[in-house]
Ligand binder design. Structure first.
Ligand code: NAD
Length: 333
C-alpha cells in the first residue's frame, strides 16, 4: 500500500483526478491517498494558494499525484506550480511524448521524444521588477550546478532507458552568459558519458526541426523556458495537451502531473480528457517500480483509444471523462 499525496487541483482537475484514481486502483496496486488542496480552491478556502499542510503532506509522503492548478491572474500571485517545484527543489521536469495509435490530428505516427526540462531557474526565478511603467526587467539566471545536474540527469536517463542520443537546446550564440554557460557545462558533462551520443541545437532551429523531422531527436535537455515551450510543441505533435504526461523529480520527492492546465471552461462538465493525468499516474507506477501495473494501464488505454468508440470530445468521441475511465478499466487484462 503506497501513501500518496493527492491534489485534485482546479478547473478540470477534480474530474480528471477521480477518473485517474479509479484507473490506478484497478491496476492491482493499492494506494492510501492523502487528499490536500492547492491553487484557486485553496485560495478561496484558506487564503493561501499553497497551504503549509499541502507542502507538509508532499514532504512526508515524498510522492504526489496532482491535477492542474489555476494561477489567479493579478499581481502578487506567482504560479503555484512553479512555486511548488522551486520550494521542493524538484529540479527535473520529465515529459515523454509518444504517439498513441488512434489519436486524431497527429502529424506523424511514430513520435517518441522525451523532454528533460530544468525546473528551478532561468526566467522562472521570479526575480523581476518594473522600472516605473517604462520598462520591465526579468532576470534570467542559469547556474553551473543546476545546469550540471539537469544535463547529468538527461544523460543517465538516456542510458538507463536505452535511448539513442541527448540533444542540449540553447541560444548561446546570442545570450552568451547564461545560455553560454549552460552549453559549456552540458558539453563538459557529456564528455563523462562517451557511451551516449550528445549534440546541441539552437532553440529556434530546434523548434523548426522538431516540427519537420522529429525522428532526428530522442532525449532533449533544455533550460526552463525553452523546455516549457518545446514541450507544448511536442504535445501538439502527438495530438494535443490532453494526452501529454509529466513528472517533477527532485532528490527524494517526485510529483506527477499532466502538462496541461486547468482548462476552466470545461470545469465540472466531466468532458475533459484524462489521458495525460492517467499517463502521469503510469509514470508514478514506474517510479514505484510497479512495472506490471504500468503496462496493464498503458495497454488498456491504448486499446480504448485505438478502438475510438469510448473516447472524449477532443479525440473525436462523445464519452464523458468518467465513461472513458470505465472503458479503460474494462479493457484491463
Ligand atoms: P490549459 O492547458 O488549461 O488549456 C488550454 C486548452 O487546451 C483548453 O482550453 C482546452 O481546449 C485544451 N485542453 C487542456 N487540457 C485538456 C484536457 N485534459 N482535455 C481536453 N482539452 C484540454 O491552458 P491555459 O488555458 O493557458 O491555462 C489555464 C490555467 O491553468 C491557468 O490558470 C494556468 O496558470 C494554469 N496552468 C496550470 C498548469 C499546471 O497546473 N501544471 C499548467 C499550465 C497552466
Amino acid at each position: 500500500m503506497y501513501k500518496i499525496t493527492l491534489i485534485p487541483g482546479d478547473g478540470i482537475g477534480p474530474d480528471l483526478t477521480r477518473a485517474t484514481v479509479r484507473v490506478l486502483e484497478a491496476s492491482g496496486v493499492e494506494f492510501d491517498w492523502e487528499e490536500v488542496i492547492g491553487g484557486e480552491i485553496a485560495l478561496q478556502k484558506t487564503g493561501d494558494v499553497l497551504p503549509e499542510e499541502t507542502l507538509e503532506s508532499i514532504k512526508r509522503n515524498k510522492i504526489a499525484l496532482k491535477g492542474p492548478m489555476t494561477t489567479p491572474v493579478g499581481e502578487g500571485f506567482r504560479s503555484v506550480n512553479v512555486a511548488l517545484r522551486q520550494i521542493l527543489n524538484l529540479y527535473v521536469n520529465l515529459r515523454p511524448f509518444k504517439t498513441i495509435k488512434g489519436i486524431p490530428n497527429t502529424f506523424f505516427d511514430n513520435i517518441d521524444l522525451v523532454i528533460v526540462r530544468e525546473n528551478t531557474e532561468d526566467l522562472y526565478s521570479g526575480i523581476e521588477h518594473m522600472i516605473g511603467d517604462y520598462a520591465g526587467e526579468s532576470i534570467k539566471i542559469i547556474t553551473r550546478p543546476a545546469s550540471e545536474r539537469i544535463v547529468r540527469y538527461a544523460l543517465e536517463y538516456a542510458i538507463q532507458n536505452k535511448r539513442r542520443k541527448v540533444t542540449a537546446v540553447h541560444k548561446a550564440n546570442i545570450i552568451k552568459c547564461s545560455d553560454g554557460l549552460f552549453l559549456k557545462v552540458a558539453r563538459e558533462v557529456a564528455e563523462e558519458y562517451p557511451q551516449m551520443e550528445f549534440e546541441d541545437r539552437i532553440v529556434d532551429n530546434m523548434a523548426m526541426q522538431l516540427v519537420q523531422k522529429p525522428d532526428l531527436y530522442d532525449v532533449v535537455v533544455a533550460p526552463n523556458l525553452y523546455g516549457d515551450i518545446l514541450s507544448d510543441l511536442c504535445a501538439g505533435l502527438i495530438g494535443g495537451l490532453g494526452i501529454a504526461p509529466g513528472a517533477n523529480i527532485g532528490k527524494d520527492i517526485a510529483t506527477f502531473e499532466p502538462v496541461h492546465g486547468s482548462a476552466p471552461k470545461y470545469a465540472d462538465l466531466n468532458v475533459a480528457n484524462p489521458t495525460a493525468m492517467i499517463l502521469s499516474g503510469v509514470m508514478m507506477l514506474r517510479h514505484l517500480d510497479e512495472e506490471e501495473a504500468a503496462v496493464r494501464v498503458d495497454k488498456a488505454l491504448e486499446k480504448v483509444i485505438g478502438e475510438g468508440k469510448t473516447v472524449t470530445r477532443d479525440l473525436g468521441g462523445t464519452a464523458k471523462t468518467s465513461e472513458f475511465a470505465e472503458a479503460i478499466i474494462a479493457a484491463m487484462e
